[in-house]
Design a protein around this ligand. Structure first.
Ligand SMILES: [Zn+2]
Length: 269
């Protein structure tokens, strides 16, 4: 499940491997950009913004941005010079960048858009404060997110936290785990819970998950299979804290990300 911290890691890899290279050939396998050609463009770098990726290019003085989003099961793969993508993955390719260094293939991406860098606000401008913002002070990020969440106090907590306009970077895994860790039912109205400590914990966990010493998306501190999460994906299994069977709600009809919600009826109120 690509969440803000996974996207951050992808951005870091793309940035480290492609920055400063020159595109030799590009292949956009999405209808709206089928004729786009980035050959000759210099790769300026890749930045994450919430769960979005912005890869920037200089093409003969034009500043261009490739905006991609992994959605449910998208990914980026970087291939060392001379390596080609295994044949069975070819049908999944949405965009391919061959550079004078490594190549990068975007597979099953939910969004592939090429736009002038000056227009990036049209694709990420709606996002709330980024929990993994490397520049803004944490206190500012937390305060802005709390303001946004508090503006709709009746909204169920899980839905409010998933709304990227309130704060950017949380996916379903983190939202379920955060609700457990703070002892709140996911359905509790957002206005009824202390939002500051909740958002501060979200920042801390996400940043730890992206750090080299952090275990990726492990919320329990236990990396053994089946013990990495408190409630996420553990329907009917005993709560790791109190032993009560973990409950699950049916996925929300029409939710393109097929989200479900898990909670412990004893530990969360
Ligand atoms: Zn419990």
């Amino acid at each position: 499940m690509p969440e803000g911290d996974s996207v951050y890691r992808v951005a870091r890899t793309l940035d480290a491997r492609l920055r400063g290279t020159t595109v030799r050939a590009s292949d956009f396998r999405v209808p709206q950009h089928a004729t786009a050609d980035l050959a000759g463009a210099r790769v300026l770098g890749t930045s994450p913004r919430g769960k979005h990726l912005l890869t920037r290019f200089d093409l003969d003085g034009d500043a261009l941005t490739l905006h991609t989003h992994l959605r449910m099961d998208g990914s980026w793969t970087v291939l060392a010079p001379g390596k080609v993508l295994p044949r069975h993955l070819q049908p999944d390719v949405r965009v391919l960048l061959r550079t004078d260094g490594p190549s990068a293939a975007g597979l099953k991406l939910g969004v592939v858009e090429l736009l002038p860098t000056a227009d990036e606000h049209t694709v990420v401008g709606h996002l709330g404060p980024d929990l993994l913002d490397a520049v803004a002070p944490v206190d500012e990020v937390v305060a802005a997110a709390v303001r946004n969440l508090a503006a709709d106090p009746q909204r169920p907590l899980a839905a409010a936290l998933l709304d990227q306009r309130n704060l950017a970077g949380l996916g379903n895994l983190w939202v379920n785990e955060l609700c457990f860790l703070r002892g709140h039912l996911p359905t509790r109205p957002a206005g009824e819970v202390p939002l500051g400590p909740l958002v501060r914990l979200a920042v801390k966990l996400l940043r730890f998950s992206t750090s080299p010493r952090g275990a990726h998306q492990v919320t329990t501190g236990d990396t053994r299979p089946g013990r990495q999460h408190w409630v996420y994906g553990r329907a009917g299994q005993p709560c790791l804290r109190c032993g009560t069977p973990v409950e699950v709600s049916a996925e929300v009809p029409g939710d393109p990300e097929r989200r479900r919600t898990w909670w412990c009826p004893h530990c969360q109120r």
